[in-house]
Design a protein around this ligand. Structure first.
Ligand code: ATP
Length: 907
């Protein structure tokens, strides 16, 4: 269907929809049933069976299966079946873990998917773009990614970047009139907009004409490469490490086997023991558990309103050393109330809060002298122009609350006008808005052209006072228009400074008469030679809890810097209230930044607390300067122009509520509540996830070292085999998986936010981890062997000694797992804080008891029941590694504490 040939009415009729009402919810859901979700199908994801089979692709597992089959053929049926059962069980666990990780990552993708503003049942609502159906009326705004193919109904300076579809790099201007040509290419269909393209400017409405695979993008879906799943640096590092460990484990296993054969053990027994040992000791599950730990952490972040879009960001988050935060809406509430007004040489204070039309005007300093706005023409003019040059709407909802739709700055101006009985809807009876030049943070102003009943045209402009004053050559003073020179500009600047010192956000209003609409073509001309009307000062209070979060970040060695388009003094006042100013900290304005070279900026940047009057383009330079100084920089943003800086930042953060699709797509982290505290929570979680990964690496590797060493020592000492293959595999299964997973869910240590940020390049084994792994592993192996030797000497029963060695190994690992929770000693943390771990350990304990005490299983696992005296030996030996080293740690920790100078905090 060539919709571009149809008029807007014909298109709407074809879909039985209307521009004022849209589809009904029922129609939309029926259509969705029929048309399916509005998504492009990417290549098939791996099937369940494939995922399951992949669990067995590991080379050593295949060798083990082969060896087991051989032992089965040799008549060792029970051993063979039991080993196969364990391999299968292991595979199932791996499968469950992998599916869990996949699922949570998929749900994450859905959460961060684009959304579209759609008209249903006469009301605008934001829905995930995948719910769009044909006939939906949608709104397109600068920064949106178009959710479906659509025919434009209105277009206000609408410009779309269609390069994703047509390869054309320049944005295309859009229109709404029907086009009559035949066979227009996509790029020439100026009244259409296509799924996946990007609105770079302006706004418009449209009716959806195709969804999902029916869209232009859908028809070329095969050409779109589905993005490869991203692995994090940590995962890659661990894969590398895994390879080294495989070689080491194989090498050691080989030595064990050779020694065993040399000591006179049967070849067949030693080969099976060797292969089992290799399977148990090779940490092939490590990357999988890391993925699960990352995915679980990401789920916890979602509960804290932080959506991670790119998995590697989880690791980088923990390294963040500076957070650059937008002021409005993130640090402050973004609930604006006009408190002061200045016009024509007079000043007023305004009472009332929120968007209700309740409040009055007073002379400053005399709250009892109420001013009737009807008798103050200059005040009235300021309020009228503020309400006309406006894009917001305030409505009373069912609960009796005044609700704002649109920009809070505009809302504050509507609210203050309503306190003087001036209503935008009433004004629109007398004035028609002919054209609008929307606000953008580069120009820092917005203009409208209005026409009155006498067909006279006026420009009304409002924006940042220092920017507006440059465009004014006259002002209204004492009811007369007069020239505006340096003195008059200074006068206004003084008023603005006073307001800003009181943390008010300021905005100036100006106007001029136009001779003809032709003058409206050039925005530069429109916004020049204006007449200044007055200034409004509005309060936007800091959010509760932000100050505490900033303090918490400071304790964690992270600096928070404010980035704002606002006046330097307003920004400084708010920064002061939030405790962000340092004694020698500076404020840098955008125009000063323009004068500095990249080197100068990088040299100075550590001394700057606030960047004021900056535009989004400055943000990129700020990020680069921090990076030059070696910082790991997080940067927030919400607009289209913020995207480059968000992309360049180590952690790009976008806003879920107010942000554009473009900003969200560029970001690593989305704050669904737009709050600063969420960044702090995410950093904390990021640090915790990393620590948890270190915890289970420590646990798994120490266990593996213990398993190898007990066999190696036995062979070196010319002793019989302390563990039989099936026991080794059982240790691997019961003690490795579940407790490691539970460590991945551990809560952060209190001090996790009292440490300096971790350097980005820090190795996984730094801060003494390698030593901990080797020392614990060594002691676990030695303790198990000692228990084996003592029992063998005393009872002379090999099978009993093996049972004791088996139990000592398991118990030592189950005690050691609690030690892994802290960088300090085992006594440092309450073990019952992590009930998953307690449950996992109890379950593992139960599983070893089963194989020792259930008669049928004893034959399979080569065990005998042991009495309380042996248990005392087992527990005593098992406790040695952890407690011995904990005491050592405790002492060295105390010494360190004594040596540390008092009162040195991380700042
Ligand atoms: P942030 O702190 O998140 O960067 P900001 O609100 O401080 O946001 P901008 O939105 O760029 O920064 O606003 C800069 C200045 O532009 C404001 O101080 C105000 O004077 C002016 N301004 C803001 N919103 C509007 C608007 N809707 N219309 C006209 N002028 C505006």
């Amino acid at each position: 269907m060539q919709w571009y040939k149809k008029t807007t009415d014909e298109t709407m009729n074809a879909f039985q929809t209307s521009q004022t009402h849209g589809l009904t919810a029922v129609e939309a859901s029926e259509k969705r049933q029929a048309e399916g979700d509005n998504v492009i199908h990417e290549g098939e994801v791996s099937s369940r069976l494939q995922t399951f089979l992949l669990q067995f692709k590991d080379f050593m597992v295949l060798v083990l299966i082969a060896a087991t089959l051989v032992s089965g053929l040799l008549g060792e049926y029970i051993d063979a079946l039991a080993i196969l059962a364990i391999i299968l069980l292991n595979g199932c666990l791996g499968y469950i873990q992998e599916r869990k990780a996949e699922k949570s990552l998929a749900s994450l993708k859905a959460l961060s998917a684009p959304q579209t503003l759609v008209l249903r049942d006469g009301a605008w609502e934001k829905v995930p773009s995948l719910e769009l159906v044909t006939g939906d009326i949608i709104r397109l705004q600068s920064g949106d990614r178009v959710g479906a193919d659509c025919r434009l109904l209105t277009a206000d300076r609408l410009q779309v970047d269609e390069s994703a579809l047509t390869g054309e790099s320049l944005p295309v201007d859009k229109t709404t009139a029907a086009l009559l040509a035949d066979e227009l290419s996509l790029g020439d269909q100026e009244n259409m907009s296509f799924m996946g393209t990007l609105i770079t400017r302006g706004s418009g409405t449209a009716v959806v004409t195709a969804t999902g695979m029916q869209t232009a993008m859908g028809t070329i879906a095969d050409l779109i490469q589905s993005s490869a799943s991203i692995t994090t640096p940590l995962q890659r590092k661990l894969e590398e490490l895994g390879k080294i460990l495989i070689v080491a484990a194989l090498g050691l296993t080989f030595i064990v086997v050779l020694l065993g054969i040399w000591q006179g053990h049967e070849l067949y027994t030693m080969v099976l023991a060797g292969v089992s040992l290799a399977v148990a000791a090779i940490p092939e599950g490590l990357p999988a558990i890391v993925t699960v730990a990352l995915a679980l952490g990401v789920q916890r972040m979602i509960r804290r309103n932080a959506i991670i879009r790119k998995l590697p960001a989880v690791e980088t988050l923990g390294c963040t050393s500076v957070i650059c935060s937008d002021k409005t809406g993130t640090l402050t509430k973004n609930e604006m109330t006009v408190q002061r007004l200045w016009a024509g040489g007079e000043e007023w204070q305004v009472s009332g809060s929120g968007y209700a039309p309740k409040g009055s005007f007073h002379i400053p300093g005399s709250p009892d002298t109420e001013v009737d706005a009807r008798h103050a023409p200059q005040l009235q003019q300021l309020l009228t122009f503020g309400a006309l040059c406006n894009h917001a709407d305030i409505q009373l909802d069912e609960s009796g609350q005044y609700k704002l739709q649109g920009d809070p700055t505009d809302g504050a101006l509507l609210a203050v006008a309503s306190k003087a009985g001036i209503d935008r809807k009433g004004l629109l009876d007398d004035f028609t808005v002919v054209q609008e030049f929307p606000f953008d943070s580069q120009r820092k102003m917005m203009s409208v052209i209005v026409q009155n009943k006498k067909n006279e045209l006026f420009v009304i402009t409002k924006g940042a006072p220092d920017f507006i004053s440059q465009r004014c050559n006259r002002r209204i003073h004492n009811g007369r228009i007069q020239r505006m020179g340096t003195t008059e500009t200074r006068q206004m600047a003084d008023v603005v400074d006073q307001m800003a010192d009181d943390a008010l956000r300021t905005l100036a209003v100006a106007y001029k008469k136009l001779v003809s609409i032709d003058e409206a073509k050039d925005i530069e001309r429109v916004e020049s030679e204006l007449v200044l009307v007055g200034v409004a000062g509005m309060i936007d209070p800091p959010r509760e809890g932000v100050r505490e979060s900033i303090d918490a970040c400071r304790d964690a060695g992270i600096r928070t810097v404010m980035i704002t388009g606002d006046h330097a003094k307003t920004a400084a006042a708010i920064a002061g209230q939030l405790g962000m100013r340092r004694a020698n900290g500076r404020i840098l304005e955008g125009r000063q930044l323009d004068q500095m070279s990249a080197e100068e900026l990088a040299t100075d940047i550590d001394h700057i607390d606030v960047f004021a009057r900056v535009s989004p383009t400055h943000k990129l330079r700020i990020v680069q300067a921090y990076q030059k100084r070696g910082h790991v920089c997080a940067m927030t943003g919400d607009g289209v122009n913020d995207a480059p800086a968000i992309k360049a930042a180590d952690i790009g953060i976008s806003m879920g509520k107010t942000g554009t699709d473009v900003a969200r797509e560029a970001s690593d982290l989305i704050l669904t509540d737009d709050r600063f505290e969420t960044i702090q929570a995410a950093v904390k979680e990021g640090r915790n996830i990393y620590e948890n990964v270190r915890k289970f690496i420590r646990y798994l590797l120490a266990s593996n070292v213990g398993e190898i060493l007990v066999m190696l020592f036995a062979m070196l000492a010319g002793l019989p085999l302390p563990l039989v293959p099936i026991q080794i595999l059982w240790v691997n299964l019961v003690t490795d998986g579940l407790p490691a997973l539970a460590l991945g869910m551990d809560q952060p240590e209190d001090e996790v936010m009292r440490r300096k940020p971790r350097p980005l390049k820090e190795g996984i084994f730094s801060r003494g981890l390698a030593w901990k792994i080797i020392s614990r592993g060594f002691l676990i192996g030695a303790a198990s062997l000692l228990a084996f030797w003592l029992t063998l000497n005393e009872s002379g029963e090999l099978i009993e000694a093996q049972t004791v060695a088996f139990l000592t190994l398991v118990m030592a690992q189950l005690i050691h797992v609690f030690d892994c929770r802290s960088d300090h000693s085992i006594f440092h943390r309450n073990p019952f804080q992590n009930m998953f771990l307690v449950a996992a350990v109890l379950l593992s304990f139960l599983m070893v008891l089963v194989v020792v005490y259930v008669p049928g299983l004893q034959t399979i696992f080569h065990t005998v029941p042991i009495g309380w005296r042996e248990w005392l030996l087992v527990l005593g030996m098992a406790a040695i590694p952890t407690f011995l080293l904990s005491i050592f740690h405790f002492q060295s920790g105390a010494k360190q504490l004594q040596r540390r100078k008092p009162g040195v905090a991380l700042k």
